[in-house]
Design a protein around this ligand. Structure first.
Ligand code: ZN
Ligand code: ZN
Length: 417
């Protein structure tokens, strides 16, 4: 799925404050002691928090590593606490998948603030954290803990906190200064660990398996929305949590719209069919695009295809540690320019994928960021010809220690008669 053209640098995430049901009959805010579960078999030796009254199990190794890295960043920024409001970042940091919560991280404590709906989820997914069940969705409980832990400077990511949440919390938190600390977790999320890479690879495989199965079902006369529904269904059937995003299925002139929403257009001979799809597996996504020729489409589309394929090859070959994200975009754009289609490539070359479909790094021409091992980025050059159709090829590419590995393995083009 293409991301916005010149500067889509912020990772996509859900809003910080989804609406929720009334909880009037819930008891007052209460910090519960940590659940006493045995530590996972492979967990490292527990480092016991200084203020914890009872022994806590240790977080699993990848989570312990992430907590340590965020704490290092907090020390650098001279913050004694960090409030994580984005559900996606909470998941990355703690493994907690509840949709409504917050994580308060200090030098020696990890507090998971949520409510009764996610009580058991918290016990199951983050038994090592100190669970706090909030009585209301107001800022009181969070502010109360700022006081209990004597926190002077608490950081937060302004990308995930609404103005009203910030105002409420600032007012309630007397003695604690809230400080804007942009992108701490977004930056750390860029390089994936082995577990994350395995999840993304699984998401790639599920998406590819679904594509191959659905391809066999596609017939002349089938509507875009039917194909999209099949893709959704088969990805789930093959083990996905669901689709990573609403699949883009575009026939003919609709393929000239990079973010077309599948509708009633039917597959017709002499057209191109573009499919952009991805699966979500254990929270992590894949994002692929392939084209299917239906009979013999116009020559100009075949020319566009050859140019996109050459741009893809050039960019993929250049993916390695130290490569500049901006240079990769320019490399692909140059190939497309030389073929005379420069103005028809109207989005950036690619983006990082992980828990979010669009996350850092952004492969746009103005980027100065350098790629590093563990990053997984899409390479997705495209050419869009209004009224005729569009071509995009999208693959998911892992930056390795010495070069790259293309995680996706589908052939680049398909044809049905
Ligand atoms: Zn895509
Ligand atoms: Zn994409």
């Amino acid at each position: 799925m293409p991301s916005r053209s010149p500067r889509s640098s912020s990772p996509r995430s859900r809003p910080a404050a989804p609406s929720r049901a009334s909880r009037s009959n819930r008891p007052a805010a209460a910090a519960k002691g940590p659940a006493r579960r045995p530590a996972p078999a492979k967990a490292p030796k527990p480092s016991r928090p200084a203020r914890t009254p009872a022994p806590q199990p240790a977080p699993p190794a990848p989570i312990a590593e992430r907590l340590a890295r965020v704490r290092t960043e907090l020390r650098t920024r001279k913050l004694d606490g960090y409030l994580v409001q984005s559900p996606l970042e909470q998941r990355w940091l703690t493994g907690f998948t509840g949709e409504d919560g917050a994580v308060l991280l200090t030098a020696d404590r990890t507090l998971l603030l949520t409510d009764g709906r996610f009580d058991q989820t918290a016990d199951r997914e983050a038994p090592w954290a100190t669970k706090v069940l909030r009585a209301s969705r107001g800022p009181e409980t969070t502010a109360e803990w700022f006081g209990k832990l004597r926190l002077k400077r608490v950081g937060f990511d302004p990308a995930h906190v609404t103005v009203s949440t910030f105002a409420g919390l600032s007012k309630a938190a007397r003695g604690t200064k809230l400080e804007s600390a942009t992108g701490i977790i977004a930056a750390l999320r860029e390089c994936k660990d082995t577990g994350e890479i395995a999840n993304i690879l699984a998401a790639v495989r599920v998406a590819q398996g679904a594509f191959e199965r659905v391809l066999k079902l596609i017939k002349i006369g089938m509507r875009e929305r039917e194909i999209a529904a099949y893709l959704d269904f088969v990805m789930r059937d093959l083990g996905a949590d669901g689709a990573a995003f609403e699949p883009i299925v575009a026939v003919g002139a609709n393929a000239a719209l990079p973010h077309h929403r599948p509708g009633d257009q039917r597959v017709e001979s002499g057209q191109v069919l573009l499919m952009d799809f991805g699966a979500r597996v254990r929270g992590y996504v894949s994002d692929l695009t392939r084209i299917v020729w239906i009979g013999n489409p116009p020559d100009v589309l075949e020319r566009a295809y050859r140019c996109v394929r050459a741009a893809r090859e050039k960019a993929v070959e250049a993916v390695r540690p130290g490569a500049s994200a901006g240079a990769l975009d320019r490399l692909a754009r140059d190939v497309i320019r030389r073929a005379g289609f420069e103005k028809q490539f109207n989005h950036s070359l690619g983006h990082g994928i992980g828990l979010a479909v669009h996350e850092a790094p952004s492969l746009r021409k103005t980027s100065t960021e350098k790629l590093g091992p563990g990053m997984i980025v899409t390479i997705e050059p495209g050419v869009y010809l209004p009224g005729i159709g569009g071509i995009r090829l999208e693959d998911d590419v892992l930056v390795t220690e010495r070069g790259h590995e293309v995680l996706s393995s589908l052939p680049l083009e398909f044809r049905i008669q």
